[in-house]
Design a protein around this ligand. Structure first.
Ligand code: URA
Length: 209
């Protein structure tokens, strides 16, 4: 599929398997989300532009690189998206962090914004939108709509587990948004859960039911 990267790496494969396991504790689950998000960051940021800079080592002057404009924003979709922030932010500490909160309207079943706090210079930033599960794609589509309305020009979506339905929903509306997944699962079930999936990512992260 166009504009879709399913990251193929032994460490990610093994860690996703541990996450899926119903016996994995809340503590372990959170640590795995951190680790996988950090590993994914390598691929998500592969195309970022760098600029040459001069520095001085203890030995001599030399040239090196820095990320152009140090211009990233990490935007989690609440609440499960919060789990992916730390692993990415540790690698890109200059990134600003925004938040988008969405709930599903009981009647329309559509996602509705209840919170939106974003960096005010969004148009100059490469946005990494994070949500661990790309299921129906409804939340991701709504979050991308909000980000574009607020001026974002470069958005990439990172999820741990996706399915064909979610990828299609995002790409039917926003084919320009690259999607990065750690695993592409089989399908959605009738309750909207990804199969085989890992259950409710928010519940597993925060120990709720
Ligand atoms: N959200 C989750 O947390 N898990 C799913 O399987 C689907 C949506």
């Amino acid at each position: 599929m166009n504009n879709l990267t399913v990251i193929d790496h032994p460490l990610i494969k093994a860690k996703i398997t541990q996450m899926r396991d119903v016996n994995t504790t809340t503590k372990m689950f959170g640590e795995l989300v951190d680790e996988i998000s950090g590993l994914m960051c390598y691929e998500i940021t592969r195309d970022l532009e760098v600029e040459e800079i001069e520095i001085e080592t203890p030995i001599t002057k030399t040239k090196g690189y820095r990320i152009k404009g140090s211009d990233l924003a990490i935007i989690p979709i609440l609440r499960a998206g919060l789990g992916m922030v730390k692993g990415i932010h540790q690698l890109i500490p200059t990134a600003k962090i925004g938040h988008i909160g969405l709930y599903r309207d009981h009647d329309t079943l559509q996602p509705v914004e209840y919170l939106c706090k974003l960096p005010n210079d969004l148009e100059h930033r490469n946005v990494i939108l994070v949500d661990p599960m790309l299921a129906t794609g409804g939340s991701a589509v709504k979050a991308i709509e909000i980000l574009k309305e607020r001026g974002a020009k470069s958005i990439r979506l990172a999820s741990l587990v996706g399915c064909p339905e979610g990828v299609a929903a995002v790409h039917n509306t926003y084919p320009d948004v690259p999607i990065y997944l750690a695993a592409m699962d089989e399908k959605l079930n009738e309750k909207g859960y990804i199969v085989p999936g890992l259950g409710d990512a928010g519940d597993r992260l925060f120990g709720t039911k």
